[in-house]
Every structure is written in structure tokens, then in C-alpha cells.
Design a binder for this molecule. Structure first.
Ligand SMILES: Nc1ncnc2c1ncn2[C@@H]1O[C@H](COP(=O)(O)OP(=O)(O)OP(=O)(O)O)[C@@H](O)[C@H]1O
Length: 240
């Protein structure tokens, strides 16, 4: 199975002296191609730190991160920015859409900024899969939270990135909208062949994943394939 992103012996230390925190303490991860991977763990276990280091949003103290075959730990800021724009997709808890732009303009924004052409066939496929074809000319304020997050998912996928990193993508959504967003993230993997990793606190969200990694105290503490909600709850219970 091919790997889209990997981390080796990843260490991230914040602060110094008394306030020193070892947020990541030697993490090894391989994110499999065309898989939806969930990352779970208690508050403060290092989930966001791992995600930010693997997505090139933050630099690790030591260790290696390879994305799309490129070692981002040793990359210049300029190359890293270019890689982030075109090879990595992001979905955040707060949708981070530009309020003055339509859904369509928001979706194509990363490509417009990178001055890359929009592949209309892929755009239509992504918009169709996300169920937004009749909402493309609406602005974010005219869309529900779930629809806004689906726009954000489409924006993350429009450049056909190597990996999509989603940080609590359903954290602000009710259960119905969460279901829609999770179903889309899963479909983007199963039908469009994308690779998605998401941090979540929600066992139901994690049960949509092909694989769930558990972090505790900055280390990998568990790894389950296609778990049920109950499997996830049991694994979390054993960690806390
Ligand atoms: N910028 C920072 N400066 C100092 N310490 C930090 C910083 N960011 C995170 N930490 C610390 O690193 C550890 C891991 O934090 P991180 O946010 O990765 O955990 P998390 O598992 O995502 O938590 P949560 O589920 O609460 O979002 C925590 O002890 C946190 O306090």
C-alpha cells in the first residue's frame, strides 16, 4: 500500500524550562493513500500538533516529515508554501470561507492564488460529490453550517491534493450536518481516490474512517482498522 505522508521519530517541544512541554515524543506515522484516517486522543495528547507538523503549518523540533515524496522538514519556506497551496488541502473547524466570495469563488480560491488553472471536469466531480451544484452562486452567509463546511471540503480537494488534513471538521456542526460532511469525506476517498486525515473527538466521526490512530502524551497509543463507534469508545476509555 502506498503512503502519502509519513512522520519518523517526530518530536515537538514547546517552551523552555518549567513551561517546557513535549507535545510530540517520537511519533512514527504512515498515512496510507486513498484512506480516511482519524486521529483521536485525550485533550492535550498532541493531535493538533501532529497534524500541523505533518501539514507543514508548524515545524517539528526533530524528526522527519515526508509529504508526496518530499521531505518537508528540510524545505525552504518558499517551497513549503508552494507545496501547501497545491499538494495539501486543509479543512478547519471554523470553515474559514471568504464572506464576500460565492461558494464557487471560495472553492477555486487556492488555485487562483497559486495562478493554476481550474480543471473543470474535476471541479464538477468534486462539486457533484459534495452536493453543492445548485449552491455555487450563494455566499457563505446564505448557506447552512453544513453547506459551508462542504464548500470548505470542496476547496480543500479542488487542487487534487496529495493529502487533505481536516482539524475537527465536524466540531461546529449538528449531528445531521456532521453526517453529511463525514459521508462526503469518506466518498472523496472511496470514489475520488483522495487521501484524508482528520482529527476528531467524536467516536461517531471516527467510525467513518478506515483507520483510527490514538495519541496519548505525544505518542501513538493505539491503531484500529475500521473500528465501530463502540471499539473507538473502548479504546479511548483505555487511554484515559
Ligand atoms: N503554541 C504552544 N505553546 C506551548 N504549548 C503548546 C502550544 N501548542 C500546544 N501546546 C501544548 O502541547 C500539548 C499538545 O497540544 P495539542 O494542541 O497538540 O493537543 P490536542 O491533542 O490537539 O488537544 P485538544 O484535543 O485539546 O485540541 C499540550 O500540552 C499543549 O498545551
Amino acid at each position: 500500500m502506498s503512503t502519502r505522508a509519513s512522520a519518523r521519530d517526530l518530536v515537538k517541544v514547546y517552551g523552555q524550562g518549567d513551561t517546557r512541554v513535549r507535545a510530540l515524543d517520537g511519533v512514527d506515522v504512515d498515512l496510507d493513500s486513498a484512506h480516511l484516517t482519524a486521529i483521536m486522543g485525550p485533550s492535550g495528547s498532541g493531535k493538533s500538533t501532529l497534524m500541523h507538523c505533518m501539514a507543514g503549518l508548524d515545524s517539528a523540533t526533530s524528526g522527519t516529515v515526508v509529504v508526496d515524496g518530499q521531505d518537508i522538514s528540510r524545505m525552504s519556506q518558499r517551497r513549503l508554501t508552494a507545496l501547501r497551496r497545491t499538494r495539501i488541502g486543509f479543512v478547519f473547524q471554523s470553515y474559514n470561507l471568504v464572506p464576500t466570495l460565492t461558494a464557487e469563488e471560495n472553492i477555486t480560491l487556492p488555485l487562483d492564488i497559486a495562478r493554476k488553472p481550474v480543471d473543470r471536469e474535476w471541479f464538477d466531480e468534486v462539486v457533484g460529490a459534495v452536493g453543492l451544484a445548485d449552491r455555487l452562486h450563494h455566499r457563505p452567509a446564505e448557506l447552512s453550517g453544513g453547506q459551508q463546511q462542504r464548500v470548505a471540503c470542496a476547496r480543500a480537494l479542488v487542487s487534487r491534493p496529495s493529502v487533505v488534513f481536516a482539524d475537527e471538521p465536524t466540531g461546529n456542526l449538528d449531528s445531521h450536518s456532521s453526517g453529511e460532511v463525514l459521508a462526503f469525506l469518506r466518498r472523496s476517498v472511496d470514489e475520488l481516490g483522495q487521501t484524508v486525515v482528520m482529527v476528531t473527538h467524536d467516536p461517531r466521526a471516527a467510525s467513518y474512517a478506515h483507520r483510527v490512530l490514538f495519541l496519548a502524551d505525544g505518542r501513538i497509543a493505539g491503531d484500529l482498522a475500521a473500528p465501530s463507534q463502540q471499539d473507538v469508545l473502548d479504546a479511548l476509555g483505555a487511554l484515559t
